[in-house]
Design a protein around this ligand. Structure first.
Ligand code: URA
Length: 230
């Protein structure tokens, strides 16, 4: 029979507080927020248990007037330490891809569906762990508030976690990458792969090919911002 501790720890990792209450950031989100107000409030978020593992909240970054919002999964090791999204290896690859696709990162808003780094120790290393649905749901009020403030014209989901959280659980990036999908989130919504999936390719040739396809997906964006119909 499962002991109380095991049950509690399973519940915590599934985003349920002792007592059966579902975890959520909702109570931490200020009313009528600005981006800086959101960032400040999110720094103290205890809406789910992930704050205990992360160094700090890694909130989204960019202009409140950004026309493009890029949404990843969760901060990685370097982002957790820096307190900024997409500043590690995946972020550097993303920067290169954005530049090649003609998207100025300084004019985009970059964020994640989950704002704390979820990891487990392996020796001295902190190994990324995929966030659960309940952790994604608990963090969702922050992303909704970012969307409300920024009101981007285009939302780009980076990878399956973001795409399935924002477009639908059945969404398959492998089948529908680069395709504009109907969504209440923004006028234009699309998904592509996560930049770290490119870094994980077996060899340089595969990495280059995947990078080129990633850039092609992102090239969909600039014409949309110039008022050209898709
Ligand atoms: N991967 C993500 O999904 N987001 C980051 O900020 C960094 C790596």
């Amino acid at each position: 029979m499962e002991g109380v501790c095991a049950a509690v720890s399973r519940d915590i990792s599934e985003g349920v507080r002792a007592g059966g209450e579902t975890e959520s950031a909702a109570a931490y989100v200020p009313e009528r927020p600005t981006l800086s107000g959101l960032q400040e409030a999110a720094a103290g978020c205890r809406g789910c248990h992930l704050w205990e593992r992360g160094t700090q909240t890694v909130f989204g970054e960019g202009s409140p007037d950004a026309e493009v919002m890029l949404v990843g999964e969760q901060p990685g090791d370097q982002e957790d330490l820096a307190g900024k999204p997409f500043v590690g290896p995946a972020g550097r690859l993303l920067d290169r891809a954005l530049e090649e696709a003609g998207i100025d990162r300084r004019q985009a808003y970059v964020t994640n569906v989950v704002k704390h780094f979820k990891w487990e120790p392996r020796g001295k290393r902190r190994i990324h762990q995929k966030p659960s649905w309940s952790e994604i749901a608990a963090c969702r009020p922050w992303l909704d508030a970012e969307l409300d403030v920024v009101e981007p014209e285009v939302v780009v989901c980076l990878g399956a976690t973001a795409a399935q959280a924002l477009i639908g659980r059945d969404f398959r990036v492998s089948r529908r990458r680069g395709e504009l999908v109907e969504s209440p989130l923004a006028r234009y919504v699309l998904a592509t792969v996560h930049p770290s999936s490119i870094l994980r390719q077996r060899d340089d040739a595969l990495r280059e090919a995947e990078f080129a396809t990633f850039v092609e997906d992102l090239r969909v964006v600039p014409p949309l911002l110039n008022g050209q119909s898709p």
